[in-house]
Design a protein around this ligand. Structure first.
Ligand code: IMP
Length: 214
């Protein structure tokens, strides 16, 4: 069985307290006979994301859950990086929205900072969504799968779909609409999905089915 090849039996911990992520991964892994339990189900605390890279934070969360349970654990970390802002908000994408989360404010911050940096053209407003999945396995190296979607930041938010920074991001392989103007199927679906998360998940699935990891 390919999942045995990756050191996964029929149970996997998903190192997240986010119900949305849990649902997505349950749907993805069920056809492979893998049962997913969340870190919250197992009573695990949420570790602080102290690393400065998506891979570092994904690995930190996966390893913490694997060490606490002795079971293989999957975690992800994602965000938007803006070139003219030296990669910000990057791994701090969720934190830029404050507590409780206010992504209207976080998008406003990005737009203000780009205006201050005099970044007016699509080229000067280059950005990417990045998602890294980490699979931590007892007694084996952690595997990383990175998905990326390049694009640019708009002048103003457009569209009310999706979440987070979707209304200010235009994927370069799309048709000029923001992620906030696309249905979930348009963002994540199809043979060649646009979204960073779907691309990372596709790499993970390929590894389960016999491919490689980054
Ligand atoms: P985390 O991976 O849970 O630490 O949070 C990632 C943060 O990045 C989210 O709270 C969003 O603000 C942002 N983000 C990640 N992926 C997307 C996306 O597909 N659309 C919009 N925002 C995203």
């Amino acid at each position: 069985m390919t999942k045995d090849r990756l050191g996964i039996s029929d149970r996997l911990i998903l190192a997240t307290h986010n119900e949305g992520k849990l649902r997505e991964f349950r749907e993805l892994l069920a056809p492979m006979g893998i049962t997913v339990m969340s870190a919250a189900d197992c009573g695990l605390p949420e570790p602080e994301e102290t690393e400065t890279t998506f891979a570092g934070n994904a690995e930190l969360k996966a390893v913490a859950a694997m060490s606490a349970t002795g079971l293989p654990a999957l975690a992800d970390d994602s965000g938007v990086t803006v070139e003219a802002l030296n990669g910000d908000p990057g791994v701090y994408s969720a934190r830029w929205a404050g507590e409780p989360r206010d992504f209207g404010m976080a998008m406003g911050l990005v737009l203000d900072k780009l205006a201050t940096a005099d970044a007016t053209t699509d080229e000067a407003r280059g950005a990417a969504f990045v998602a890294v999945l980490a699979l931590a396995r007892p007694g084996a190296e952690t595997l990383l799968f990175e998905g990326r979607c390049d694009g640019h930041i708009t002048d103003a938010p457009r569209g009310g779909l999706g979440f987070g920074y979707d209304p200010i991001f235009v994927p370069q392989d799309g048709d000029g609409r923001t992620f906030g103007e696309m249905s979930s199927e348009e963002k994540h679906g199809g043979e060649r999905p646009l979204s960073h998360r779907a691309r990372a998940v596709a790499l993970f699935k390929a590894a389960l089915e016999g491919g490689g990891a980054r």
